[in-house]
Ligand binder design. Sequence first.
Ligand code: ZN
Ligand code: ZN
Ligand code: ZN
Length: 366
Amino acid sequence: MELYPVTRLAAVTEATSRSGLDALLLTPGPDLRYVTGYDATPLERLTCLVVPASGEPFLVVPRLELPAAEHSPASRLGVEFVPWDETDDPYALVAARLGSVERVGVADRMWAMQSLRFRDALPGVRQELAGRVLRELRMRKSPAEVAALREAGAAIDAVHALVPGFLKPGRTEREVGRDIAAAIVDAGHATVDFVIVGSGPNGASPHHELSDRVIQAGEPVVVDIGGMMPSGYCSDSTRTYSVGEPPEEFVAYYEVLQAAQEAACAAVRPGVTCEAVDAAAREVIADSGYGEYFIHRTGHGIGLEVHEEPYIVAGNTEPLAPGFAFSVEPGIYLPGKHGARIEDIVVCTDEGVERVNNRPRDLIVV
Ligand code: ZN
Ligand code: ZN
Ligand code: ZN
């Protein structure tokens, strides 16, 4: 049960040929890591795995990056490494090796400076997103990937367990955020991806990060945090806390939010569409009169990226399948006052749902 199995490359080649694309061009980022396990540093110098629909894949790599590539999991794949020297043109090199092609898929997160150089090196060749080919594979997490998400979930849960100790009236969001960031690393993450501490009115802005605002007694605080584990897989979880007794109005809608989050999680099972999961949360909130204050989609896929497919949003008719992993994170935001969000990462199983975040969801008064 390997996280980056060597058999994956064959599956990707097969999917590429089925898609009608002539090749995939994968530069450093989540697509390349998914296919090879190689966590290559994104640089202006071109590193690119070329996966032709028929023929042998090869990795074009700057000569100075060759040792890193050779020590990476990519070396297990039996793929030819093609080093290039500082004065070579690696784009021409890829073009010459590819021969005559009509359509290629470029990594979704390839830099424009590279995709445009490929356009010059491959004139008349249509570039599409490699994600079109990789999404079907990346959305269905393997048991090893689910285990990696579980490990990430447990790590961020351990950080949330410490948050009540960090939240005190008189401290700024930034001070609390600094403690949280250190705890994210201490809990085993390789990197801190984001730390949101939204106190009082800042809690009504879903992607507010940190400010020098001083947290007051009686204020709700939205804490949404996540990072990337050494495995490459990401954590993301939100809990809303109250520093002292919260306003009555807040208590009333927090209960609605908790019921909405519960309803959406309970709706998760194979065959249910992404938009139906969104609707399950939205209905509870709308029925209680807070519909206009739930201003974002219910969730997003997660894996090697914090935000990836599938998106849990109205209009997405993609049916869930076992292995799909995504957030369920409804929120209610009263502009100028306060807000609340509850977020768990869940995995669609054969019969229903598994949550990888398991901290209490009741309002935590500290
Ligand atoms: Zn978000
Ligand atoms: Zn989040
Ligand atoms: Zn999220």
